[in-house]
Design a protein around this ligand. Sequence first.
Ligand code: PMP
Length: 419
Amino acid sequence: MSDDGVQSDLPAAAAAVPAERDLFDKFAPLIAEREALLSSGVRDPFGIVMEEVKSPTVAVIKGKETILLGTYNYMGMTFDPDVIAAGKEAFDKFGTGTNGSRALNGTFHDHMEVEQALREFYGTTGAIVFSTGYQANLGVISAIAGKGEYVILDADSHASIYDGCAMGNAEIVRFRHNSVEDLDKRLGRLPKEPGKLVVLEGVYSMLGDVAPLKEMVAVAKKHGAMVLVDEAHSMGFFGPNGRGVYEDQGLEDQVDFVIGTFSKSVGTVGGFCVSNHPKFEILRFVCRPYIFTASLPPAVVASAATSIRKLMHAHNKRAHLWENTRQLHGGLKRLGFRLPTDEPQSAVVAVLLEDQTQAVAMWHALLEAGLYVNVARPPATPAGTFLLRCSVCAEHTNEQIAQVIAMFEAAGRATGAIG
Ligand code: PMP
Protein backbone atom coordinates (compact mmCIF):
# COMPACT_ATOMS: atom_id res chain seq x y z
CA MET A 1 0.00 0.00 0.00
CA SER A 2 1.25 3.54 -0.73
CA ASP A 3 0.71 6.47 1.66
CA ASP A 4 -2.57 7.41 0.02
CA GLY A 5 -3.85 3.89 0.50
CA VAL A 6 -3.57 2.90 -3.22
CA GLN A 7 -2.06 -0.52 -3.82
CA SER A 8 1.14 -0.28 -5.88
CA ASP A 9 2.76 -2.97 -8.03
CA LEU A 10 6.17 -1.23 -7.84
CA PRO A 11 8.82 -2.94 -5.68
CA ALA A 12 9.08 -1.30 -2.27
CA ALA A 13 12.88 -1.16 -2.08
CA ALA A 14 15.35 -0.07 -4.78
CA ALA A 15 17.49 -3.11 -3.96
CA ALA A 16 14.84 -5.35 -5.49
CA VAL A 17 15.43 -3.79 -8.96
CA PRO A 18 17.85 -5.97 -10.95
CA ALA A 19 21.01 -4.30 -12.22
CA GLU A 20 20.63 -3.10 -15.80
CA ARG A 21 22.37 -5.43 -18.25
CA ASP A 22 24.25 -3.50 -20.95
CA LEU A 23 22.91 -4.93 -24.19
CA PHE A 24 26.09 -3.75 -25.92
CA ASP A 25 28.25 -6.26 -24.00
CA LYS A 26 27.89 -8.72 -26.86
CA PHE A 27 29.70 -6.33 -29.21
CA ALA A 28 32.85 -6.29 -27.04
CA PRO A 29 34.88 -8.65 -29.31
CA LEU A 30 34.06 -6.58 -32.39
CA ILE A 31 34.86 -3.31 -30.59
CA ALA A 32 38.21 -4.76 -29.44
CA GLU A 33 39.01 -5.99 -32.98
CA ARG A 34 38.30 -2.56 -34.46
CA GLU A 35 40.34 -0.78 -31.78
CA ALA A 36 43.31 -3.08 -32.44
CA LEU A 37 43.05 -2.50 -36.19
CA LEU A 38 42.84 1.28 -35.93
CA SER A 39 45.60 1.51 -33.32
CA SER A 40 47.94 -0.01 -35.92
CA GLY A 41 47.74 3.36 -37.69
CA VAL A 42 45.65 2.40 -40.73
CA ARG A 43 42.64 4.42 -41.81
CA ASP A 44 39.23 2.97 -41.11
CA PRO A 45 38.22 1.02 -44.24
CA PHE A 46 34.57 1.37 -43.25
CA GLY A 47 34.72 5.11 -42.46
CA ILE A 48 35.67 6.70 -45.77
CA VAL A 49 34.08 10.03 -46.67
CA MET A 50 33.85 11.25 -50.26
CA GLU A 51 34.41 14.99 -49.88
CA GLU A 52 33.69 15.66 -53.52
CA VAL A 53 32.72 13.36 -56.37
CA LYS A 54 34.04 14.63 -59.70
CA SER A 55 32.91 11.87 -62.05
CA PRO A 56 31.91 8.19 -61.92
CA THR A 57 35.60 7.32 -61.56
CA VAL A 58 37.18 10.14 -59.51
CA ALA A 59 36.44 11.53 -56.02
CA VAL A 60 38.26 13.61 -53.44
CA ILE A 61 39.03 11.73 -50.22
CA LYS A 62 40.92 13.55 -47.43
CA GLY A 63 41.83 16.29 -49.89
CA LYS A 64 43.33 13.82 -52.38
CA GLU A 65 42.03 13.10 -55.87
CA THR A 66 41.34 9.36 -55.86
CA ILE A 67 40.41 6.84 -58.56
CA LEU A 68 37.20 5.02 -57.62
CA LEU A 69 37.39 1.27 -58.17
CA GLY A 70 35.07 0.08 -55.45
CA THR A 71 31.72 1.52 -56.43
CA TYR A 72 28.97 -0.48 -58.15
CA ASN A 73 28.77 2.19 -60.81
CA TYR A 74 29.40 -0.37 -63.57
CA MET A 75 27.87 1.63 -66.41
CA GLY A 76 28.95 5.04 -65.10
CA MET A 77 25.44 6.52 -65.22
CA THR A 78 25.72 8.78 -62.14
CA PHE A 79 26.92 11.79 -64.12
CA ASP A 80 24.96 11.20 -67.31
CA PRO A 81 23.55 14.64 -68.27
CA ASP A 82 20.12 13.26 -69.28
CA VAL A 83 19.81 11.28 -66.04
CA ILE A 84 20.70 14.36 -63.99
CA ALA A 85 18.31 16.57 -66.00
CA ALA A 86 15.41 14.13 -65.43
CA GLY A 87 16.05 14.24 -61.68
CA LYS A 88 16.19 18.05 -61.61
CA GLU A 89 12.96 18.35 -63.57
CA ALA A 90 11.19 15.98 -61.17
CA PHE A 91 12.45 17.98 -58.17
CA ASP A 92 10.90 21.10 -59.67
CA LYS A 93 7.63 19.44 -60.67
CA PHE A 94 7.00 17.07 -57.76
CA GLY A 95 9.09 18.31 -54.81
CA THR A 96 11.61 16.39 -52.75
CA GLY A 97 9.65 13.44 -51.41
CA THR A 98 6.43 11.45 -51.51
CA ASN A 99 5.71 11.35 -47.77
CA GLY A 100 4.12 7.96 -47.98
CA SER A 101 3.89 4.37 -49.04
CA ARG A 102 3.47 3.22 -52.63
CA ALA A 103 0.17 1.75 -51.44
CA LEU A 104 -1.24 5.10 -50.31
CA ASN A 105 -0.20 8.56 -51.53
CA GLY A 106 3.37 7.55 -52.53
CA THR A 107 2.86 6.58 -56.17
CA PHE A 108 3.66 9.53 -58.46
CA HIS A 109 3.87 9.76 -62.24
CA ASP A 110 7.53 8.67 -62.35
CA HIS A 111 7.00 5.56 -60.21
CA MET A 112 4.68 4.38 -62.98
CA GLU A 113 7.14 5.57 -65.60
CA VAL A 114 10.09 3.68 -64.11
CA GLU A 115 8.02 0.48 -63.83
CA GLN A 116 7.10 0.88 -67.51
CA ALA A 117 10.80 1.40 -68.38
CA LEU A 118 11.61 -1.85 -66.49
CA ARG A 119 8.88 -3.80 -68.31
CA GLU A 120 10.36 -2.62 -71.60
CA PHE A 121 13.96 -3.27 -70.55
CA TYR A 122 13.22 -6.83 -69.36
CA GLY A 123 10.43 -7.61 -71.83
CA THR A 124 8.14 -8.71 -68.99
CA THR A 125 4.48 -8.09 -68.23
CA GLY A 126 5.15 -7.15 -64.60
CA ALA A 127 7.51 -4.82 -62.73
CA ILE A 128 7.30 -3.67 -59.09
CA VAL A 129 9.65 -1.05 -57.67
CA PHE A 130 10.76 -1.12 -54.02
CA SER A 131 12.74 1.50 -52.10
CA THR A 132 15.97 -0.60 -52.28
CA GLY A 133 17.18 -3.88 -53.74
CA TYR A 134 17.56 -5.12 -50.19
CA GLN A 135 13.86 -4.55 -49.62
CA ALA A 136 12.96 -6.18 -52.94
CA ASN A 137 14.63 -9.44 -51.84
CA LEU A 138 13.23 -9.11 -48.34
CA GLY A 139 9.70 -8.52 -49.58
CA VAL A 140 9.47 -10.94 -52.48
CA ILE A 141 11.18 -13.93 -50.84
CA SER A 142 9.32 -13.58 -47.54
CA ALA A 143 5.98 -13.16 -49.32
CA ILE A 144 6.10 -15.91 -51.93
CA ALA A 145 7.57 -18.73 -49.84
CA GLY A 146 5.33 -19.28 -46.84
CA LYS A 147 4.73 -21.74 -44.03
CA GLY A 148 5.21 -25.37 -45.06
CA GLU A 149 7.05 -24.34 -48.28
CA TYR A 150 10.78 -24.31 -49.06
CA VAL A 151 13.42 -21.78 -50.08
CA ILE A 152 16.56 -23.37 -51.48
CA LEU A 153 19.47 -20.95 -51.71
CA ASP A 154 23.17 -20.83 -52.57
CA ALA A 155 25.35 -20.73 -49.44
CA ASP A 156 27.09 -17.56 -50.72
CA SER A 157 23.83 -15.65 -51.20
CA HIS A 158 23.67 -11.93 -50.48
CA ALA A 159 22.58 -10.85 -46.98
CA SER A 160 19.27 -9.52 -48.33
CA ILE A 161 18.39 -13.02 -49.57
CA TYR A 162 19.22 -14.55 -46.20
CA ASP A 163 17.23 -11.83 -44.46
CA GLY A 164 14.26 -12.42 -46.77
CA CYS A 165 14.38 -16.08 -45.74
CA ALA A 166 14.60 -15.14 -42.05
CA MET A 167 11.61 -12.83 -42.37
CA GLY A 168 9.40 -15.45 -44.00
CA ASN A 169 8.07 -18.66 -42.59
CA ALA A 170 9.37 -21.15 -45.16
CA GLU A 171 11.88 -23.93 -44.45
CA ILE A 172 15.37 -22.91 -45.56
CA VAL A 173 17.75 -25.28 -47.36
CA ARG A 174 21.25 -24.18 -48.41
CA PHE A 175 23.37 -25.77 -51.12
CA ARG A 176 27.11 -25.50 -51.80
CA HIS A 177 28.06 -22.39 -53.77
CA ASN A 178 27.45 -22.84 -57.50
CA SER A 179 27.18 -26.65 -57.12
CA VAL A 180 24.55 -28.03 -59.52
CA GLU A 181 25.05 -31.48 -58.01
CA ASP A 182 24.42 -30.33 -54.45
CA LEU A 183 21.33 -28.37 -55.53
CA ASP A 184 19.98 -31.51 -57.22
CA LYS A 185 20.74 -33.66 -54.17
CA ARG A 186 19.07 -31.31 -51.72
CA LEU A 187 15.98 -30.77 -53.85
CA GLY A 188 15.72 -34.54 -54.27
CA ARG A 189 15.50 -35.02 -50.49
CA LEU A 190 12.52 -32.68 -50.07
CA PRO A 191 8.91 -33.87 -50.04
CA LYS A 192 7.33 -33.57 -53.51
CA GLU A 193 4.10 -31.82 -52.61
CA PRO A 194 5.04 -28.43 -51.02
CA GLY A 195 5.91 -25.33 -53.08
CA LYS A 196 9.60 -24.58 -53.56
CA LEU A 197 11.55 -21.47 -54.52
CA VAL A 198 15.16 -21.78 -55.70
CA VAL A 199 17.03 -18.48 -55.22
CA LEU A 200 20.14 -17.83 -57.31
CA GLU A 201 22.35 -14.88 -58.27
CA GLY A 202 23.62 -14.24 -61.80
CA VAL A 203 26.93 -12.78 -60.59
CA TYR A 204 28.16 -13.38 -57.04
CA SER A 205 29.45 -10.01 -55.96
CA MET A 206 32.27 -10.99 -53.64
CA LEU A 207 34.27 -13.29 -55.92
CA GLY A 208 32.84 -11.96 -59.18
CA ASP A 209 32.00 -15.47 -60.40
CA VAL A 210 29.00 -16.27 -62.60
CA ALA A 211 26.45 -18.97 -61.75
CA PRO A 212 25.90 -21.97 -64.05
CA LEU A 213 22.29 -20.85 -64.29
CA LYS A 214 21.40 -23.05 -67.26
CA GLU A 215 22.15 -26.25 -65.36
CA MET A 216 20.76 -24.94 -62.08
CA VAL A 217 17.48 -23.79 -63.55
CA ALA A 218 17.11 -27.17 -65.34
CA VAL A 219 17.59 -28.94 -61.98
CA ALA A 220 15.11 -26.62 -60.24
CA LYS A 221 12.47 -27.23 -62.93
CA LYS A 222 13.07 -31.00 -62.78
CA HIS A 223 12.04 -30.85 -59.12
CA GLY A 224 9.03 -28.60 -59.74
CA ALA A 225 10.54 -25.48 -58.11
CA MET A 226 10.00 -21.85 -59.11
CA VAL A 227 13.19 -19.82 -59.69
CA LEU A 228 14.17 -16.32 -58.58
CA VAL A 229 17.46 -14.85 -59.84
CA ASP A 230 19.07 -11.77 -58.33
CA GLU A 231 20.77 -9.99 -61.23
CA ALA A 232 22.00 -6.98 -59.23
CA HIS A 233 25.56 -7.22 -60.57
CA SER A 234 24.87 -7.92 -64.23
CA MET A 235 22.27 -5.39 -65.37
CA GLY A 236 23.26 -3.48 -68.48
CA PHE A 237 26.14 -5.65 -69.65
CA PHE A 238 25.18 -9.35 -69.67
CA GLY A 239 22.94 -10.78 -72.39
CA PRO A 240 21.93 -9.30 -75.77
CA ASN A 241 19.68 -6.71 -74.06
CA GLY A 242 21.70 -6.29 -70.86
CA ARG A 243 19.07 -8.13 -68.82
CA GLY A 244 21.55 -10.28 -66.98
CA VAL A 245 23.21 -13.66 -66.83
CA TYR A 246 19.86 -15.43 -67.20
CA GLU A 247 19.41 -13.73 -70.58
CA ASP A 248 23.01 -14.47 -71.54
CA GLN A 249 22.36 -18.17 -70.86
CA GLY A 250 19.01 -18.18 -72.73
CA LEU A 251 16.70 -18.68 -69.73
CA GLU A 252 14.13 -15.95 -70.16
CA ASP A 253 11.17 -18.29 -70.43
CA GLN A 254 12.26 -20.34 -67.40
CA VAL A 255 13.19 -17.86 -64.69
CA ASP A 256 10.06 -16.84 -62.77
CA PHE A 257 11.30 -13.73 -60.95
CA VAL A 258 14.25 -11.41 -61.49
CA ILE A 259 15.40 -9.09 -58.72
CA GLY A 260 17.44 -6.01 -59.49
CA THR A 261 18.59 -2.72 -58.09
CA PHE A 262 19.03 0.90 -59.17
CA SER A 263 22.10 1.24 -56.91
CA LYS A 264 24.53 -0.32 -59.37
CA SER A 265 24.34 0.02 -63.17
CA VAL A 266 21.33 2.37 -63.03
CA GLY A 267 23.31 4.80 -60.87
CA THR A 268 20.80 5.87 -58.21
CA VAL A 269 18.90 4.00 -55.49
CA GLY A 270 15.92 1.62 -55.50
CA GLY A 271 15.09 -2.03 -56.10
CA PHE A 272 12.71 -4.04 -58.22
CA CYS A 273 11.29 -7.37 -59.20
CA VAL A 274 10.18 -8.20 -62.76
CA SER A 275 8.15 -11.23 -63.80
CA ASN A 276 5.67 -12.64 -66.31
CA HIS A 277 3.68 -14.38 -63.59
CA PRO A 278 -0.03 -13.69 -64.29
CA LYS A 279 -0.75 -12.98 -60.62
CA PHE A 280 2.39 -10.92 -60.01
CA GLU A 281 0.51 -7.71 -59.06
CA ILE A 282 -0.81 -9.28 -55.86
CA LEU A 283 2.68 -8.81 -54.39
CA ARG A 284 1.81 -5.13 -53.91
CA PHE A 285 -0.66 -6.24 -51.24
CA VAL A 286 1.40 -8.88 -49.46
CA CYS A 287 5.03 -7.61 -49.43
CA ARG A 288 5.48 -5.82 -46.14
CA PRO A 289 8.73 -4.05 -47.21
CA TYR A 290 6.75 -2.61 -50.15
CA ILE A 291 3.80 -1.45 -48.10
CA PHE A 292 5.19 -0.30 -44.77
CA THR A 293 7.84 2.16 -45.93
CA ALA A 294 7.95 5.42 -47.87
CA SER A 295 8.34 5.24 -51.63
CA LEU A 296 11.36 6.58 -53.49
CA PRO A 297 11.61 10.36 -54.01
CA PRO A 298 10.32 11.52 -57.42
CA ALA A 299 13.77 12.73 -58.55
CA VAL A 300 15.20 9.26 -57.93
CA VAL A 301 12.58 7.40 -59.96
CA ALA A 302 12.71 9.96 -62.78
CA SER A 303 16.51 9.58 -62.97
CA ALA A 304 16.19 5.80 -62.83
CA ALA A 305 13.65 5.70 -65.67
CA THR A 306 15.90 7.80 -67.92
CA SER A 307 18.96 5.73 -67.00
CA ILE A 308 17.20 2.41 -67.72
CA ARG A 309 16.03 3.63 -71.12
CA LYS A 310 19.57 4.76 -71.96
CA LEU A 311 21.01 1.42 -70.82
CA MET A 312 18.94 -0.27 -73.53
CA HIS A 313 21.25 1.33 -76.11
CA ALA A 314 24.53 1.46 -74.20
CA HIS A 315 26.41 -0.93 -76.49
CA ASN A 316 29.63 1.08 -76.59
CA LYS A 317 29.71 1.38 -72.81
CA ARG A 318 29.25 -2.36 -72.34
CA ALA A 319 32.04 -3.10 -74.81
CA HIS A 320 34.38 -0.71 -73.00
CA LEU A 321 33.44 -2.14 -69.60
CA TRP A 322 34.44 -5.62 -70.75
CA GLU A 323 37.65 -4.27 -72.27
CA ASN A 324 38.53 -2.60 -68.94
CA THR A 325 37.70 -5.76 -67.01
CA ARG A 326 39.99 -7.89 -69.20
CA GLN A 327 42.78 -5.31 -68.89
CA LEU A 328 42.53 -5.23 -65.09
CA HIS A 329 42.14 -8.98 -64.58
CA GLY A 330 45.03 -9.77 -66.96
CA GLY A 331 47.29 -7.12 -65.41
CA LEU A 332 46.74 -8.28 -61.83
CA LYS A 333 47.14 -11.93 -62.77
CA ARG A 334 50.44 -11.23 -64.54
CA LEU A 335 51.71 -9.49 -61.39
CA GLY A 336 51.07 -12.67 -59.41
CA PHE A 337 48.00 -11.65 -57.40
CA ARG A 338 45.66 -14.47 -56.41
CA LEU A 339 42.32 -14.04 -58.21
CA PRO A 340 39.30 -16.30 -57.58
CA THR A 341 38.59 -16.84 -61.29
CA ASP A 342 41.13 -17.73 -64.02
CA GLU A 343 39.35 -15.57 -66.54
CA PRO A 344 37.37 -12.38 -65.91
CA GLN A 345 33.76 -13.49 -65.51
CA SER A 346 32.12 -10.20 -64.53
CA ALA A 347 32.95 -6.54 -63.79
CA VAL A 348 33.95 -7.57 -60.24
CA VAL A 349 37.65 -8.43 -60.00
CA ALA A 350 38.49 -9.67 -56.51
CA VAL A 351 42.05 -9.99 -55.17
CA LEU A 352 42.44 -12.65 -52.50
CA LEU A 353 44.72 -11.89 -49.55
CA GLU A 354 46.11 -13.85 -46.62
CA ASP A 355 44.17 -12.31 -43.77
CA GLN A 356 42.56 -9.12 -42.50
CA THR A 357 45.91 -7.52 -41.63
CA GLN A 358 47.28 -7.97 -45.14
CA ALA A 359 44.00 -6.96 -46.76
CA VAL A 360 43.81 -3.73 -44.75
CA ALA A 361 47.51 -2.96 -45.25
CA MET A 362 47.08 -3.29 -49.02
CA TRP A 363 43.89 -1.25 -48.96
CA HIS A 364 45.63 1.50 -46.96
CA ALA A 365 48.65 1.57 -49.27
CA LEU A 366 46.37 1.85 -52.31
CA LEU A 367 44.35 4.66 -50.74
CA GLU A 368 47.52 6.59 -49.91
CA ALA A 369 48.53 6.19 -53.55
CA GLY A 370 45.15 7.56 -54.73
CA LEU A 371 43.03 4.45 -55.37
CA TYR A 372 39.87 3.39 -53.56
CA VAL A 373 38.81 -0.28 -53.57
CA ASN A 374 36.53 -2.21 -51.17
CA VAL A 375 37.84 -4.36 -48.35
CA ALA A 376 35.61 -7.37 -47.86
CA ARG A 377 35.67 -9.90 -45.07
CA PRO A 378 33.34 -12.46 -43.51
CA PRO A 379 30.36 -12.45 -43.09
CA ALA A 380 30.12 -10.59 -46.44
CA THR A 381 32.63 -13.05 -47.96
CA PRO A 382 32.74 -16.86 -47.75
CA ALA A 383 34.29 -18.13 -44.47
CA GLY A 384 37.98 -17.31 -44.03
CA THR A 385 38.16 -15.14 -47.16
CA PHE A 386 39.69 -11.67 -47.02
CA LEU A 387 39.83 -9.74 -50.24
CA LEU A 388 40.00 -6.42 -52.03
CA ARG A 389 37.15 -6.03 -54.43
CA CYS A 390 37.59 -3.99 -57.56
CA SER A 391 34.45 -3.11 -59.48
CA VAL A 392 35.21 -1.81 -62.92
CA CYS A 393 33.31 1.05 -64.54
CA ALA A 394 32.58 1.64 -68.23
CA GLU A 395 33.85 5.20 -67.70
CA HIS A 396 37.34 4.16 -66.55
CA THR A 397 39.84 5.01 -69.27
CA ASN A 398 42.49 2.52 -70.36
CA GLU A 399 45.05 4.92 -68.86
CA GLN A 400 43.28 4.81 -65.48
CA ILE A 401 43.27 1.01 -65.51
CA ALA A 402 46.99 1.00 -66.35
CA GLN A 403 47.55 3.40 -63.43
CA VAL A 404 45.50 1.10 -61.17
CA ILE A 405 47.64 -1.91 -62.11
CA ALA A 406 50.83 0.05 -61.36
CA MET A 407 49.41 1.08 -57.96
CA PHE A 408 48.56 -2.54 -57.15
CA GLU A 409 52.09 -3.57 -58.09
CA ALA A 410 53.68 -1.02 -55.75
CA ALA A 411 51.28 -1.75 -52.88
CA GLY A 412 51.60 -5.52 -53.37
CA ARG A 413 55.40 -5.35 -53.14
CA ALA A 414 55.33 -2.97 -50.16
CA THR A 415 52.98 -5.24 -48.17
CA GLY A 416 54.40 -8.58 -49.29
CA ALA A 417 51.19 -9.61 -51.04
CA ILE A 418 53.26 -10.33 -54.17
CA GLY A 419 56.93 -11.26 -54.38
N1 PMP B 1 21.38 -8.18 -54.10
C1 PMP B 1 22.71 -8.24 -54.27
C2 PMP B 1 23.30 -9.45 -54.91
C3 PMP B 1 23.52 -7.19 -53.85
O1 PMP B 1 24.83 -7.25 -53.98
C4 PMP B 1 22.91 -6.05 -53.24
C5 PMP B 1 23.71 -4.86 -52.75
N2 PMP B 1 25.03 -4.91 -52.74
C6 PMP B 1 21.54 -6.04 -53.10
C7 PMP B 1 20.79 -7.11 -53.54
C8 PMP B 1 20.84 -4.87 -52.44
O2 PMP B 1 20.77 -3.80 -53.30
P1 PMP B 1 20.48 -2.32 -52.78
O3 PMP B 1 21.79 -1.62 -52.68
O4 PMP B 1 19.61 -1.73 -53.83
O5 PMP B 1 19.78 -2.43 -51.47
